[in-house]
Structures are given as structure tokens and as C-alpha cells.
Design a protein around this ligand. Structure first.
Ligand code: SAM
Length: 276
């Protein structure tokens, strides 16, 4: 998988690309990340890539020609005339919010170009001409697209065969199954008086699997109920359906149970005087 990153700040990527999984994936040539400094196409002494916005206002805007020339030189196409050789992703808070489906969609390509804005953003005319896939990290504003591009490279690379070592290690992750993942524990089995759930010590694989599914469902119901309709419409095994029904029953019982008031919590305690 190849990523061509267009940025004014290539140094930003030094850390993320030379650490942990991305470092190993690059060394094994499973992914290639080429950084392109968009200032390289400027022809003035100061390598100016931005200018003040028409109409006034704060901040600077990345020039359309700088962006277009950078893309054309590297990707070998004519902006607005011919098609680029790969999808161009523009990182912007105004794009489609990145989620696992979009990550998988992007991972189905063998080559992506990532365009990082900075300052107030990029002259809209070049965005109109290249018609990129616009991707956002969420409803907040970053200083530049570099952090967003680094996140996207990492999330997409996890789907490149071989990058995670164990091919299955992404398959149980949150979202991959359609649910949030169950909690994890490691040694010691008792830590500061907190023991791990007994089922995990039982060695009974089917029960452990059921326990994990129950935890995943309970968490998802609690934290991300919006994910559940799609999951429950899947073809479920008998066991999965049984666990799902149990989780739903428990949730119903919980919602029907009378809420404890503050007074209710303390009235059995010695010395409690309900009249104050
Ligand atoms: N003025 C722009 C707006 O309000 O939509 C924000 C510009 S932001 C300060 C500069 C650059 O950071 C953007 O061009 C984009 O590349 C990147 N950026 C900021 N927030 C982002 C987000 N949530 N997701 C992806 N990229 C983001």
C-alpha cells in the first residue's frame, strides 16, 4: 500500500512513521509513505505557499497553484483535466467523519494521496477541481491535516495483510465485529484486591467466548446503542442469539428496577434519621 502525503510540514511525520507498527510495516515494505513538501514547487526565494484571504479576515490560505502543481508533479496528471492515478483524500473538518467502514473502504485501494491543509485551509478552487474524498477526524478543528493524515495512515495500514503480524488481531477489535470489544485483563489475576472475572480462568473456551460477547453487548448497549441495530440484523448463531437475549433481559430488568433515591441508599444505616 502506498501513501503520498502532501504537506507543508513533512517533519511532523518523523515520530509516527518511525514507531511501532508503522515502523515495522515500512521496514517490511508492506506500506510505503512518501512525504512531499508542497513548498518544493514554489519559485520564490521565501518558498511562499500561502496568501491572505480575499474579502479579509484572519489567517492565511494555501494557494491553489501550489497544491495543484504538487499533486501534478508527483501523481503525473493534470488537475481538472485528467483523472489522478489514485483517490485523493483531503483531510478537513468539513469531510465525512472517519470510522471503521470508511477506513476499510480506503484500505481497499493500493494507493492513496493525502492532502493536508494548514492555516485557514486551501483555496476552494483547487478542491473543486480535484474533487477529493473529504475526510474529517471529528467535530473539532486541528491546526493542520498532518495529525489527521497520520491517524488515517495508521488505521488503514492495520488492514494491509501482514502489518499486524497476526492476521486475526484486527478482527475482534471494536467496530470490526460491529460491537465495542470486551474488556481485557492480564497478569496478575488479582491486582490491588481487584480480581479478574472467574470465567477467564476457567479454560472453557465456549464459556469465555460467551462471556466476551456478553460484555461486548452490554458495553455497546451502554455506550454505543446506535451500533446495535446493524449488529442484531446479522445472521447470528444460536449461541450468539441466546447471549443477546440474555443481555436484553438484563437491560430490561435494570430499567424496570425502581431507582434508588439518595435517601433510600442511607435509610438502613445506623443513625440515619429520615427527618434529618
Ligand atoms: N478554517 C477551516 C474550517 O473552519 O473548516 C479549518 C482550517 S484548520 C485550522 C487547518 C487544516 O487542518 C485544515 O485545512 C485541515 O487540513 C486540517 N484539519 C483541521 N481539523 C480537522 C479535522 N477535524 N479533520 C481533518 N482535518 C482537519
Amino acid at each position: 500500500m502506498r501513501f503520498d502525503v502532501f504537506t507543508l510540514f513533512p517533519d511532523y511525520f518523523a515520530g509516527p512513521l518511525s514507531t511501532s507498527i508503522l515502523k515495522r510495516a515500512r521496514e517490511a515494505n508492506l506500506i510505503q509513505v512518501e512525504l512531499h513538501d508542497m513548498r518544493d514547487v514554489t519559485d520564490d526565494k521565501w518558498r511562499v505557499a500561502d496568501d491572505a484571504p480575499f474579502g479579509g479576515g484572519a489567517g492565511m490560505v494555501l494557494k491553489a497553484e501550489v497544491v495543484a502543481k504538487s499533486l501534478e508533479n508527483v501523481l503525473n496528471f493534470d488537475v481538472g483535466v485528467s483523472a489522478p492515478p489514485c483517490p485523493i483524500v483531503y483531510l478537513t473538518p468539513q469531510g465525512r467523519t472517519l470510522n471503521q467502514n470508511l477506513v476499510e473502504e480506503l484500505a481497499s485501494h493500493s494507493h492513496l494521496a493525502l492532502l493536508c491543509g494548514h492555516y485557514e485551509g486551501i483555496d476552494e478552487r483547487v478542491i473543486d477541481a480535484i474533487e477529493p474524498i473529504e475526510v474529517s477526524m471529528g467535530d473539532f478543528v486541528l491546526t493542520g491535516g498532518e495529525g489527521a493524515a497520520a491517524i488515517l495512515i495508521e488505521a488503514v495500514s492495520r488492514f494491509v495483510p501482514g502489518v499486524l503480524g497476526n492476521e486475526n488481531s484486527a478482527s475482534g477489535d471494536s467496530f470490526a465485529t460491529g460491537l465495542l470489544e470486551a474488556p481485557h485483563y492480564t497478569r496478575p489475576s488479582v491486582w490491588r484486591n481487584r480480581a479478574i472475572p472467574e470465567t477467564l480462568l476457567s479454560g472453557h473456551h465456549a464459556n469465555i467466548e460467551d462471556w466476551r460477547l456478553e460484555q461486548a453487548l452490554t458495553r455497546t448497549l451502554d455506550r454505543r446503542p446506535d451500533l446495535l441495530p446493524a449488529w442484531s440484523e446479522r445472521e447470528l448463531s444460536k449461541r450468539q442469539r441466546k447471549v443477546w437475549e440474555r443481555v436484553q433481559r438484563q437491560a430490561d430488568q435494570k430499567s424496570e428496577a425502581p431507582e434508588k433515591t439518595d435517601i433510600g441508599e442511607f435509610e438502613d444505616e445506623p443513625g440515619f434519621n429520615s427527618l434529618g
